[in-house]
Write a protein that binds this ligand. Structure first.
Ligand SMILES: Cc1cc2nc3c(=O)[nH]c(=O)nc-3n(C[C@H](O)[C@H](O)[C@H](O)COP(=O)(O)OP(=O)(O)OC[C@H]3O[C@@H](n4cnc5c(N)ncnc54)[C@H](O)[C@@H]3O)c2cc1C
Ligand code: FES
Length: 341
C-alpha cells in the first residue's frame, strides 16, 4: 500500500564524502516496502521556508547554494529504500548530495519531518521472491523443488542503495508474509504457485531444504571509502569487492570481478544496480554467460507515479522496443530487455 506521510527523522548521518544515511519513522511504508522500491521525497519539507525572514524569494537558504526558490523543489526526488525495519517501523535512505534537492535534504535534523510518498515502483524479484516459494530451489519435473539457488547481487557506487535491503532479505530467507503474485510470470518459466502455500516435507508438498539462497554480493567503487556506503559485511553473504584505483579488493571494475568469479563459483541469477556504463557492461556479460537477471534503472522523474511519462526507458529488443515508465513499470526490469541507447 502506497501512502504519503510526514515522517520523523530518527537519525541522519554522514557515511562517506557527500553521502548520508537518513532513518525515518514511517511504519506503514516499512511494513509494505519491498527491496528495489523507492520513496518520492519532498526535500523542501513542503513548506515555504525562508519566509518571512526577508529572503528575496520564498525559498530556502542552503549553505553553498544560497537561496533556493521553492518552485523546482515542489517536485519530489526519487530515492531508493536502503533498508526497512518492519518491527521498529523505520525506513532508511542512502543518498549522495548532487544538487538542490539533496542539499536541502542534508539539512534535516533529528526530530524534524520529511514528507515522503511510497513505497513506489516494482522492486527486485529474483525467482521465488516474493512469491511464497518455500525453498530457493529449482523445479525439476518429477522431483519437485531441489537444491537451492545462488544469487549474485552486483552494485556499483551509489547503486548499492537498493541492494542492501535485497541482500538482507535474501540471506535471511523468504519473508513470512510473502504471498504469491499470480500477475507476474516467473522469469525462469517455473509454473506459478499462485494460491498454494505448500508445507515443507508434507505429502504433496516440497522437500525440506534450507529456505535460503546462497547470496554473493559484488560491490564496486571508485575508491575504498566508497565501499563503506553499505554494510554488506554484517550479512551472511559472500562479499567480493572491487575498486577502480585498487585501494581495496580487486583492482578493476566490478563487472570484471564478477566475470572472474562466476567462472569457478557459478550463480544462476543476477540482481544489479549502478551507473549505466556498469549495467551495460554487465548486460553484455550476462548475455555471453546465458544468465538471467534484473537491473534497477534510474531516470529523472517528475510525478513518480506513472502520470507524466517523463521517466521513459526502452524495453524490448533492439529491433522491437517500447517506452516504459521507470517509476511505475520499473525501476527494476529484466536485464535482457533493457535496450541501451
Ligand atoms: C528510482 C530511483 C532511485 C534512486 N535512488 C537513489 C538513491 O538511493 N540514492 C541517491 O543518492 N540517488 C538516488 N537516485 C538519484 C536521485 O533521485 C537524484 O540524485 C536526485 O533526484 C537529485 O536531486 P537534486 O535536486 O539533488 O539534484 P538536481 O539539481 O535535480 O540534479 C543534480 C544532478 O543530478 C542528476 N540527476 C538528477 N536526478 C537524477 C536521476 N533520477 N538519475 C540520475 N541522475 C540524476 C542531474 O542530471 C544533475 O546532474 C535515484 C533515482 C531514481 C530514478
Ligand atoms: S515520473 Fe511521471 S511517469 Fe514516471
Amino acid at each position: 500500500m502506497t501512502c504519503i506521510t510526514d515522517a520523523k527523522v530518527i537519525s541522519h548521518r554522514r557515511v562517506a564524502a557527500g553521502c548520508r544515511r537518513l532513518v525515518l519513522a514511517a511504519p506503514d511504508i516499512a511494513r509494505a516496502v519491498k527491496p528495489g522500491q523507492f520513496l518520492h521525497v519532498r526535500c523542501d519539507g513542503g513548506t515555504h521556508a525562508g519566509y518571512p525572514r526577508g529572503a528575496p524569494t520564498r525559498g530556502t537558504h542552503v549553505s553553498g547554494l544560497g537561496w533556493v526558490g521553492s518552485a523546482d523543489l515542489l517536485l519530489r526526488r526519487p530515492l531508493s529504500v536502503y533498508d526497512a525495519d518492519r518491527e521498529r517501523g523505520t525506513v532508511t535512505i542512502l543518498y549522495r548530495v548532487v544538487g538542490r534537492g539533496t542539499a536541502l535534504l542534508a539539512e534535516k535534523r533529528t526530530g524534524g519531518r520529511v514528507n515522503v510518498l511510497g513505497p513506489l515502483g516494482r522492486g527486485f524479484e529474483p525467482p521465488g521472491y516474493p512469491r511464497g516459494v518455500p525453498t530457493w530451489g529449482t523445479h525439476v519435473s518429477g522431483s519437485g523443488w531441489v537444491g537451492h539457488r545462488r544469487v549474485a547481487i552486483v552494485g556499483g557506487g551509489l547503486g548499492v542503495a537498493p541492494l542492501f535491503f535485497l541482500a538482507r532479505e535474501l540471506s535471511a530467507g523468504v519473508s513470512e508474509d510473502a504471498r504469491p503474485d499470480p500477475t507476474r510470470p516467473d522469469p525462469l518459466g517455473v509454473p506459478a504457485l499462485a494460491g498454494r502455500v505448500p508445507r515443507a516435507g508434507a505429502p504433496g508438498g516440497y522437500p525440506r531444504v534450507p529456505a535460503r539462497p546462497a547470496v554473493a554480493v559484488f560491490q564496486g567503487a571508485r575508491t575504498a571509502p566508497e565501499l563503506d556506503l553499505a554494510d554488506f559485511s554484517v550479512l551472511p553473504v559472500d562479499l567480493f569487492t572491487a575498486t577502480d584505483d585498487g585501494s581495496r579488493g580487486y583492482a578493476g571494475s566490478v563487472v570484471e570481478l564478477f566475470l572472474d568469479t562466476v567462472c569457478h563459483e557459478p550463480v544462476d541469477w543476477v540482481s544489479a544496480a549502478g551507473p549505466p556504463g556498469m549495467l551495460r557492461a554487465l548486460a553484455g556479460a550476462l548475455q555471453t554467460l546465458g544468465l538471467p537477471g534484473e537491473f534497477s534503472l534510474e531516470e529523472r522523474m517528475g510525478c513518480g507515479i506513472g502520470a507524466c511519462v517523463c521517466c521513459s526507458c526502452r524495453i524490448g529488443t533492439p529491433e522491437r522496443w517500447e517506452y516504459r515508465r521507470v517509476c511505475a513499470d520499473g525501476p527494476v526490469f529484466p536485464a535482457r530487455e533493457v535496450v541501451w541507447e
